[in-house]
Design a protein around this ligand. Structure first.
Ligand SMILES: Cc1ncc(COP(=O)(O)O)c(C=O)c1O
Length: 469
C-alpha cells in the first residue's frame, strides 16, 4: 500500500476511486488497482514498492532520449519561468515554436513544406485528415473524402483517428468507424503471405487489393490512404519487400494522398530520423509525436508537402484555416522538443539506435528463434517484436482465449522487465529508449527468456500445449 506522506492517504484507493484509465478493463482495475511508478533513469523505472524494472518499451514507444534527462527538464523549467504561454492563433508566434518548425523542416524529407502543431498523435492525425479534405475541396474535388487505412493499424483514439485505426475493439463500444473510413489488408507477410509467394509478389497482391478497393469505391471519392511505416500497435510489422513502392504506385494512379503516420517511427526509432528515409516513402503528409519531446511533455505535428502547400497558398476562395487548439505550439512543449533534438544530435542517439537495434534483432534470433513456441521475430531498428505460435511448421496459433501475450507480460514483470502485451495475437514487443546499450539488450533478452520459459512450463503443465517433434 502506498501512502501519500503529507496527507496519509492511500494512493491506490484514491486512484481507483477517481480515475478512468486508458485501455484498461474498468471492473478489473477496481479490483487490482494501479501500478504506481515513482522515478526513472535511463532505461530503468522504479515503482512505489521500490522495485526497479527495465523498461524495454520506452513507455509507449516514446521516451526516446531515456528517462531522467535534466537537459530537457531544465529547458522546460527555463521556458516556464521566462514565458509560459501565449497562443498561436491569428498569426501569433514565439521563438521556441518558430525555431522548432524550422528545425523540423531541416530534418524532414526535403519535399515537406509546413508544420502544424498540436499535442497528441491523435489530434495530429485528425488535423491531417482535415488538411487532406481541405486540399481536395480547394482543388474542386469536394467528393474526394474517403480515407483508407490498414487493418490492425493504430492512429489514435479521437473519433477520426479511431475510425482510421483498424482494431475492432476500438470500434465496437463507440459505433465506429465513421462512414467513409475504410480498411484494406494489414499487409503482414508472415500471416497473409501465401505458400510459395515471394515478399515482392505479396506486396504486389496487397497493392492490387488496394487498387480494387479504390476502383470499387470510385477513385473520385477517395481522398487519402494512411499507414504507419512499421505498424507499432500491431506489434512491429515492418513492410514486406516492395510494399510501399507498390502501394505508392496505386495512390499516384488514383490521385489519392498518402499520410505517413510516423508517430512511433519518427525521431530515430528505426535508426534514421524518419522511416520515410529508410523505406523511400514520398508522403503528402506526415504525423509526428512521441519522440519529438521524448514524451517529457505532450507535443505533436502534422506536416504537409510542397504540393499541398501550393494548393493552399493559391486558394482562390482564400479560406480561413479554422483549426487549432489552445495548446497548439505551446512554448514549453516546443522548448522541450528543441532540447530533446539537441540531445539526439549531440549524443548520436539515432546512430546508436541503428547500431544497437541491429544487435538486438541479431541476439533475439540467436537466442530465441529455436524456442519451440517462437513463430516470428520481426521489426526494424529499435522497434522489434516476437510472436508465439503453437506449431512453428504449420503456424498453428495458440488459443487466443489463453491470452498468452498478457500472461507473458506478467511473467516478464516478475523478472522486472516491462515489455508489451497485445490483444488478439500472441506477440510481445520491445522499443527501448534510444540510449540503450548492448549490455542492457543482453539483460532484456535474458529476462524475457526467463518469462518465456515460465510461460512454456505453464502451458505444458496445464496440458494446453506440448512441443511438436
Ligand atoms: C502510429 C500512431 N499514431 C497515432 C497515435 C496516437 O497518438 P496519441 O496517443 O498521442 O494520441 C499512436 C499512439 O500510440 C501511434 O502509435
Amino acid at each position: 500500500m502506498t501512502m501519500d506522506a503529507a496527507s496519509n492517504i492511500n494512493l491506490e484507493q484514491m486512484d481507483v476511486d477517481a480515475t478512468i484509465h486508458a485501455f484498461t478493463s474498468l471492473p478489473d482495475h477496481a479490483e487490482t488497482g494501479p501500478h504506481i511508478m515513482t522515478s526513472a533513469d535511463g532505461i530503468y523505472l522504479t515503482d512505489s514498492k521500490g522495485d526497479t524494472y527495465i523498461d524495454s518499451m520506452a513507455a509507449l514507444f516514446c521516451v526516446n532520449a531515456g528517462y531522467g534527462r535534466s537537459e530537457i527538464a531544465d529547458a522546460i523549467s527555463e521556458q516556464a519561468h521566462k514565458f509560459a504561454y501565449f497562443h498561436t492563433f491569428a498569426g501569433n508566434a514565439h521563438e521556441q515554436q518558430i525555431k522548432l518548425g524550422d528545425r523540423l523542416l531541416n530534418i524532414l524529407p526535403r519535399h515537406m513544406s509546413k508544420v502544424l502543431f498540436a499535442s497528441s498523435g491523435s489530434e495530429a492525425n485528425d488535423a491531417n485528415v482535415k488538411l487532406a479534405w481541405m486540399y481536395q475541396h480547394i482543388r474542386g474535388k469536394p467528393n474526394k473524402r474517403k480515407i483508407i487505412a490498414r487493418d490492425m493499424g493504430y492512429h489514435g483514439v479521437t473519433t477520426v483517428a479511431a475510425s482510421m485505426s483498424g482494431l475492432p475493439l476500438m470500434h465496437q463500444p463507440f459505433g465506429l468507424p465513421l462512414p467513409g473510413f475504410l480498411h484494406t489488408d494489414k499487409g503482414h507477410y508472415y500471416w497473409e503471405g501465401r505458400p510459395g509467394e515471394s515478399e515482392r509478389d505479396f506486396s504486389k497482391r496487397m497493392a492490387a487489393n488496394l487498387d480494387a478497393l479504390i476502383e470499387a469505391e470510385g477513385p473520385d471519392t477517395v481522398c487519402a490512404f494512411i499507414s504507419e511505416p512499421v505498424m507499432g500497435a500491431a506489434a512491429c510489422v515492418a513492410p514486406a519487400e516492395g510494399y510501399f513502392e507498390e502501394i505508392q504506385k496505386v495512390l499516384k494512379k488514383h490521385d489519392v494522398l498518402f499520410i505517413a503516420d510516423e508517430v512511433i517511427t519518427g525521431f530515430g526509432r528505426l535508426g534514421t530520423w524518419f522511416a520515410c528515409e529508410k523505406y523511400d516513402l514520398k508522403p503528402d503528409m506526415m504525423t509526428l509525436s512521441k519522440g519529438i519531446t521524448s514524451a517529457y511533455v505532450p507535443l505533436s505535428a502534422s506536416v504537409i508537402s510542397d504540393k499541398m502547400w501550393q494548393v493552399f497558398a493559391d486558394d482562390p476562395e482564400n479560406m480561413l484555416f479554422t483549426h487549432g487548439h489552445t495548446a497548439s505550439g505551446h512554448p514549453i512543449a516546443c522548448a522541450a522538443a528543441n532540447a530533446n533534438l539537441d540531445l539526439m544530435e549531440g549524443e548520436g542517439l539515432i546512430e546508436n539506435a541503428a547500431r544497437v537495434g541491429a544487435y538486438f534483432k541479431e541476439q533475439l534470433i540467436d537466442r530465441l528463434a529455436d524456442h519451440p513456441l517462437m513463430g516470428e521475430i520481426r521489426g526494424d531498428g529499435l522497434l522489434l517484436a516476437t510472436e508465439l505460435v503453437a506449431n512453428k511448421q504449420t503456424k498453428q496459433e495458440l488459443d487466443i482465449e489463453w491470452d498468452c501475450s498478457h500472461r507473458l507480460f506478467d511473467l516478464c514483470l516478475e523478472e522486472k522487465l516491462i515489455s508489451r502485451g497485445f490483444f488478439g495475437h500472441n506477440s510481445s514487443s520491445f522499443s527501448p529508449p534510444l540510449c540503450v546499450t548492448n549490455d542492457e539488450i543482453d539483460e532484456i533478452i535474458t529476462r524475457f527468456s526467463r518469462g518465456l520459459d515460465k510461460l512454456t512450463d505453464e502451458l505444458v503443465r496445464d496440458g494446453r500445449w506440448k512441443p511438436t517433434g
